[in-house]
Design a binder for this molecule. Structure first.
Ligand code: MG
Ligand code: MG
Length: 261
């Protein structure tokens, strides 16, 4: 296992700025999400917004990824590449975005509804958000990584969902993916102890059907094996003064979504 870089208060404030910018970027993009718009268009909006704010897209070029957003619709779990396909009424689209600002990454994801979606899919999104909320509650001194994973897994599985295991949350800082890995499954009281200065990207990926996934031939897109929908929400969280300090925000996104109703 690699080194864990604990962050100073100053570094955490810089990561907060990066994380907040990602939330604002996704809020800007949210204004444009409707049937007929392509994810490529959304990607352009995101990239321009990030650069206008003096930052650099964090995913573009990362491991060869070609875009600013990961845009993963319906059965796509994560790592979808934006394309020219128009979004359709009833789709759900997970947008994951990163930026680099002042040398630090922010990394935030949100799953959006396109028009009216099926009730069970709407519920999947709500329940995945709840998984994230419960996970964050565990990101405090005295708990372990297994407590975070257990919080997600136990809630998701109690609702009959599948929890993706091959992809995990991660430490965050000067690198997009730092140690430790933050699985969305686990056992209470197991795994690494959480300490002040850890910054974690916590990101449950929850499937309506089974937990199995496969990768498409594009070398990126991860889809559910049963092709049922999947949801993904992500926050960046610092363990600070013993408590969870959520550095990112979904508030601006949700303000936009409310104003569209
Ligand atoms: Mg992300
Ligand atoms: Mg992440």
């Amino acid at each position: 296992m690699g080194k864990i870089y604990l962050k100073t208060d100053e570094e955490i404030e810089l990561i907060r700025q990066s994380s907040l910018l990602v939330g604002k970027t996704l809020a800007e993009v949210a204004k444009w999400i409707e049937p007929g718009v392509s994810t490529k268009k959304l990607d352009t909006i995101a990239e321009e917004f990030i650069r206008d704010n003096g930052a650099v897209p964090g995913f573009k070029g990362y491991g060869g990824f070609p875009a600013t957003l990961c845009a993963s619709n319906n059965e796509a779990v994560v790592h979808g590449i934006p394309n020219d396909e128009p979004l359709k009424e009833g789709d759900v689209i997970s947008l994951d975005c990163g930026v680099i600002l002042n040398g630090f990454y922010g990394d935030v994801a949100y799953t959006f509804e396109v028009g009216e979606v099926a009730q069970e899919v709407h519920q999947l999104l709500e329940d995945t958000k709840e998984c994230l909320r419960r996970a964050i509650e565990q990101a405090v001194v005295g708990k372990r990584l297994g407590d975070i994973g257990y919080a997600v897994q136990s809630y998701a599985e109690s609702k009959g969902y599948g929890v993706v295991r091959e992809l995990v949350g991660h430490g965050l800082g000067r690198e997009l993916h730092e140690e430790p890995q933050v699985p969305n499954y686990g056992r209470r009281g197991q795994g690494m102890k959480l300490v002040d200065g850890m910054v974690l990207a916590i990101e449950p990926m929850i499937n309506l059907g089974t937990r199995d996934i496969i990768q498409l031939n594009d070398g990126w897109t991860i889809v559910t094996k049963d092709r049922k929908p999947s949801a993904h929400f992500e926050h960046d969280v610092a363990v600070r003064n013993g408590k969870a300090d959520v550095l990112s925000s979904h508030e601006e996104i949700e303000k936009v979504l409310k104003s569209k109703k």
